[in-house]
Ligand binder design. Structure first.
Ligand SMILES: Cc1cc2nc3c(=O)[nH]c(=O)nc-3n(C[C@H](O)[C@H](O)[C@H](O)COP(=O)(O)O)c2cc1C
Length: 191
């Protein structure tokens, strides 16, 4: 696959089939994350890969609680978009039947330049989404736990010796692939 086709074709997939993901594919996806660029080559990421059915179910239950905390925020923010709320509820409560979930954290608890670190971890996440897409595996980048104020709970539970939770990524073979949202105007200039 051409890189540009992966960049343009990748979508946030929120419903997966039950087809398991091979360990070797998970390893390749993680490797893609590890090869992202980072400020002063800090490689400031730490990933926790949740793959066993028991651990996935535990995480799904945890995310279901996240949704319950997040619902009032959603109801206020998307008062005129009930379909968005309904979709978010189904996804957070089920995780779309994900077959593997990657939690991304900062490697260290403290960095002098946290903004740069977030950029590095984000680059690693995007690399993983693209590597997954290249293998026909769908993904969804999720920061809902942070917006629900649950990031410290996730860190303490999954990576107590590391830094801030950045995002969760669900992975699985797509059962449903949404259309690409229309690109917004005025997002760049060439000078
Ligand atoms: C930083 C970030 C946070 C996101 N958080 C969520 C989330 O919590 N839940 C969700 O369903 N999608 C989440 N998404 C996915 C976006 O909603 C999605 O990228 C956007 O709707 C555009 O769709 P596309 O990825 O198919 O192009 C997130 C994406 C990014 C980059």
């Amino acid at each position: 696959m051409e890189t540009i086709d992966a960049i343009i074709g990748r979508r946030s997939v929120r419903k997966y089939t039950t087809q398991p993901i091979l360990d070797s594919d998970v390893q390749d996806i993680i490797t893609a994350g590890l090869y992202a660029p980072s400020a002063i080559d800090l490689q400031p990421w730490y990933f926790v890969v949740i793959k066993s059915p028991e651990k996935l179910e535990e995480f799904r239950e945890f995310m279901s609680e996240v949704y319950d905390k997040f619902e009032p925020v959603l109801l206020e923010r998307f008062a005129n978009h009930p379909a968005t709320i309904a979709e978010t509820k189904v996804f957070l409560k089920s995780l779309g039947g994900t077959q593997c979930c990657i939690l991304a954290f900062m490697y260290q608890p403290d960095y002098p330049d946290k903004k740069g670190v977030i950029e590095g971890v984000s680059a690693a996440i995007q690399n993983m989404l693209l590597a997954a897409y290249d293998k026909g595996i769908g993904s969804c980048w999720m920061t809902a736990p942070t917006r629900a104020g649950m990031e410290e709970d996730i860190r303490l539970r999954y990576a107590p010796d590391h830094g801030d939770f950045i995002a969760a990524v669900t992975l699985g073979y797509p059962a449903l692939t949404p259309k690409a949202p229309k690109r917004k105007m005025g997002r760049y200039q060439i000078i």
